[in-house]
Design a protein around this ligand. Sequence first.
Ligand code: NAD
Length: 478
Amino acid sequence: MDGAGVAGKAAVQDTVAAAFAAQRAGAEARRASFDLAARRAALARLRDAVIAFQPRIIQALAQDFAKPKAEVILTEILPLLQEIRHARRNLRRWMRPRRVAPTLATFGTRALIRPEPRGTCLIIAPWNYPFQLALGPLVSALAAGNSAIVKPSELTPATSALIAELVRDCFPPDLVHVVEGGKDVAEAALALPFDHIFFTGSAEVGRLVMAAAARHLASVTLELGGKSPVVIGPGADLARAARWVAWGKFANAGQTCIAPDHVLVHDSIRPAFVAALRAEIARAYGADPLASPDLAAIVTDRHAARLRDLLAGALAGGARLLTGGDPAAAQGRRLAPTLIEAVTPEMAIEQQEIFGPILPIIGFSDPGAVIARINAGPKPLALYIFDRDRGFARRIITETSSGAVGVNLTMLHYSHAGLPFGGIGMSGQGPAHGHWGFRAFSHEKPVLENRFSALPWLFPPYRGHRAALIAAARRLLG
Ligand code: NAD
């Protein structure tokens, strides 16, 4: 690295360290005053700003990757407003210390679990839902009484700048501060002793985040991705399955952590399902999807090139194109909804999270083979099952492991404020959203208060009646 690079890096570190120090001091000062009313007011300020900024949020996302206005409202603004509303409505209950009944050994005490803020938190966000994945975790962090530094993705610069402005309008920097930039800024932040790190992004960077957290023994929430399969059983309602799969896969141009990655469809209905899916693509995006205003673009040329390479590699290896992108003709950051079949395990498209509008369709005849296939790979973030027969779905749910399951739908589980959202194993750890998000950003502190505990009867010297009492207590427990 040259001198200017070193100086630049030092400046980045100084900026992030100063923001962190201010937040640490602010957290001390706020310890008693950041109560229910203050947290609800902070969340209301965020809500009002999101509503006031709505036209500019739509504009920023159009600029960053041509995200359609309806999708911005549906998948960036609504989930965030819902998260805020749910937190404001339930915060009193979430914050209330919980009574726990005494056990035999603690008879005569009063037990409480008091959620307390973890402290100063770091939120690192990805580019694919750049607005709500930066501010959604902030809702949980504030609800739980923390201060936070938020680092949006550098790959969606218009949205990142807007988030910084919105946060400046709402909060003092010693409560919430946005640091903009890429890997350097994230690394500078990760070098600081945050109390909790909430990371949303790839498994590859997730590993680095966890290693960095280990240096300070910070707790982590990792919201990662992976290959989420769709299983379409012989009893599926094909029109319904096609609608949900097309929406789940092609909304945001497939750049969704819980988008269907590939479809496993029963051989008896495979041709009919492919026909239904093609009809659905034509209905949703017209005869020329590349000209559709309802289809988002790919985030950068580099990401578009990766997707074209994945597709070209699969086709060169013997996969068949059923509809959509011809890699030779396609250009720029737009990619049409694309269906392929005859993929094989050695193809890159079978090994990487696709994260774009390319959908491999894979046949099966034996549900046992589908279960074995899912269990052979990393645990997916989401698993979708379509069938009218609930027994079919139940068997797959019981015999596989995944972050979440959707039956006869895709993606909607994300929007249920009462459900935990998160992965398992390679798809992440630690649930988010609603009460689970509040708990991720809280330390649940037990407080045990003595009222008339008889335990001193057993304190030393252990002779006479004390030894007899200890032996009696031991017998009582079997
Ligand atoms: P990414 O891991 O490349 O980047 C995420 C964030 O990490 C960005 O802010 C980036 O600047 C930062 N970063 C990059 N390199 C870093 C480093 N060396 N050290 C520290 N920070 C670094 O992910 P992405 O490409 O922005 O997002 C796509 C991935 O995120 C996909 O795998 C997707 O499945 C996953 N994702 C998961 C969820 C979820 O909720 N589980 C949601 C959205 C996306």
